[in-house]
Design a protein around this ligand. Sequence first.
Ligand SMILES: [Zn+2]
Length: 174
Amino acid sequence: MSVYKIVTYPAPILRIKARIVQSISASQRVFLINMAETMYDNKVAVGLAAEQVSLDEKLVVIDVCDKNGLIKLINPRIKEKKGETILMEEGCMSMPGISVVVPRAEKVKVEAKDERGRAIILEADGFLARVIQHEIDHLNGKLIIDYLSPAKKLLVESKYRVKKTFNKIGKGAK
Ligand SMILES: [Zn+2]
């Protein structure tokens, strides 16, 4: 098992739409195990999408420490959103240092495939529903900053760009 490096904003892979997995191979099953390892390695992480570890495929792992345990989803898609829209602050491993208030549906019904390629339907509410929506956003190239007002988003984006440039200069000077 291995722990992958987390890709952080503004890496281009975070902005692309992940590809649909046609058939699940042994290497993809190993990839899912390593994704889970990577998620557990980060003490506060409750979910991870493949794009966050440099693979543009529709693979997600989630564990919100409830009765469901570790959930692995292949090609997850929201079929239905129900309940109220709930506002809550979210962070993201790919955007360290910021949190954004994100509106999410209270309940979701999700269509996906499991590791063996069988079609599954997952109904979730509360925190799990929120995490599922966050990870599916990743698969569509969407990030928490997209929920900010345009002005705030520009400000946050520029901060990340400055940080990236600074890191580059820092490395070059060594
Ligand atoms: Zn995230």
